[in-house]
Design a protein around this ligand. Sequence first.
Ligand code: DAK
Length: 258
Amino acid sequence: MGYVDYAAEGHVGIITINRPKALNALNEDVLRDIETAFDAVDCSEIRAVIVTGAGEKSFVAGADIAAMSTMTKEQGEHFGKFGNDIFRKIETFPVPVIAAVNGFALGGGNELAMCCDIRICSENAVFGQPEAGLGITPGFGGTQRLARLIGPGKAKEMVYGARNIKADEAYRVGLVNAVYPQEELMAAAMKLAQTIAKNAPIAVRNCKKAINEGLEVEMDRAIEIEEKLFGDCFETQDQKDGMTAFLEKRKVEAFHNR
Ligand code: DAK
């Protein structure tokens, strides 16, 4: 992987997009490397993944404008599908994914952050969908996920106006959960990931599925999805260990992911 680094620390995987000369912009090679990195995550060991960008300036400054500038309609559609399939894979990745947004998250960068489960950012982060100013629409799910996350009115203001927002506004509108000084961002992401990793992994995975799949259907069906995933937990050793520990008035030592 030339453009993406992968490291595991305990039960946490860290994927770093590493193309700082172009502010980590996404061309096909970078996208392919992101996919390869996710494919390499061993979910029997890893319980949460952090995605971040190399350098102190940019998470991802968007899809690669130079690469897109000469695309035909067919190539544009192919590029959109290629990226969308990978982003959807991240959105439905079995374990939670945290975006640690350490600077610009524009266009495809904001779209990458939005397909993660949780976003936190540094004080210098900037979010936006500048595509309309470049003569295109957002193409990696930006029109869909932004409206779902912050509501259609605010999303339309950002998308139609190609208006970027800074970290404080991103926090206010609910695009990010928290803002940290740049030097504290990765430690905060790691703390959050470890908090998740401490809980029963199968239950956490089922929670992710229940929330994501439930949001896509009407409430009666959503509740059925939750019931099924809740029931499945009773076939796990982690449920027995967690509840036995509670009844014996002690903390569970560790969940074993089985
Ligand atoms: N693509 C390619 N190179 C980029 C880039 C990008 N998105 N962003 C920055 N770079 C490169 C710059 O060209 C520059 O390269 P050199 O000139 O040094 O070779 C280097 O990174 C440093 O950038 P700057 O010199 O511009 O740095 P500044 O600090 O002055 O400015 C900036 C930082 C982030 C404000 C500025 O670089 C900027 O405005 N970048 C573009 C941001 C942007 O518009 N991003 C959205 C891209 S559009 C679709 C599929 C996907 C998409 C759409 C449709 N379909 C198939 C339908 C997605 C679209 C997008 O993401």
